[in-house]
Design a protein around this ligand. Structure first.
Ligand code: FPP
Length: 241
């Protein structure tokens, strides 16, 4: 960071990496090239988060709804994920990044699932930053999954509290996101962290994901730093009559 470091660094940033398709179109390229460019962009953003002291980064890469895209795009994205893991796991370790997955891993093709599991294992002792990869993830699906598991575990209804629900989500043990970034200008939640994001601050930018730089990430953090987070309370500077 060239300018002064913000006083308040979000412990958890979550990103909806949107706009790969439009980026490809603008460059006269097939959609998968947009996803490849978006994947290349991960390096600087992960590095930026580790550099500034963010502890958790969640990336929304493939939603439960994305299976309905053309098969060539779905297959292409799965291949991009496999290649990314093959190529980048050493770099993740060098940066002190631990990989974690959220979503329905069991419903992913076996070869991809195994690579994800292997990468999680290889990076498990890294402590600088936890990278939560949301792949085959949907917020509603996560809640359904949690309820099913609670019922299977025989949890009586009187014991169902917000804290208990937290423990049944894919994100159990992870603090809620402080800042959610969405690229490409869309003003939608798109089924992302719908429980955990209840009090997240949002930064929406027209920048398409492959063009989203570390500098813009730092700008988003500076804007977050200036926000007054009230969590339903009144402002701390406004509590006198
Ligand atoms: C949304 O853009 C992006 C996706 C559905 C895929 C995001 C995936 C990556 C950045 C690469 C894979 C990530 C890893 C970790 C290997 P869009 O296709 O909806 O764009 P559009 O709205 O402009 O069409």
């Amino acid at each position: 960071m060239t300018k002064k470091t913000p006083a308040k660094i979000p412990a958890h940033i979550a990103i909806i990496m949107d706009g790969n398709g439009r980026w490809a179109k603008a460059h006269g390229l097939p959609r998968l090239e947009g996803h490849r460019a978006g994947t290349e962009n991960l390096r600087q953003i992960i590095k930026g988060c580790a550099e500034i002291g963010v502890q958790h980064l969640t990336l929304y890469a493939f939603s439960t709804e994305n299976w309905s895209r053309p098969k060539t795009e779905v297959d292409g994205l799965l291949t991009i994920l496999e290649t990314y893991l093959d190529k980048e796991v050493d770099e993740l370790c060098a940066e002190g990044v631990r990989l974690h997955h959220i979503g329905r891993l069991e419903a992913m093709p076996e070869s991809v699932r195994k690579k994800v599991e292997h990468s999680i294992e290889v990076t498990c002792s890294n402590t600088k930053l936890i990278l939560h990869l949301a792949w085959n993830y949907g917020g509603r699906d996560e809640i359904v999954h949690a309820i099913q598991k609670m019922i299977r575990d025989g949890i009586p209804s009187k014991d169902v509290t917000e804290e208990l629900v937290d423990r049944y989500l894919f994100t159990a043990g992870t603090p809620d996101p402080d800042l959610i970034i969405r690229t490409s200008g869309e003003m939608r939640v798109s089924n992302f962290l719908i429980w955990q994001g209840a009090y997240a601050e949002w930064y929406v930018t027209p920048t398409l994901w492959p063009d989203f730089t570390k500098e813009e990430l730092f700008k988003a953090i500076e804007i977050y730093d200036q926000r007054d987070r009230r969590f339903g309370n009144i402002s701390s500077s406004n509590n006198e009559n």
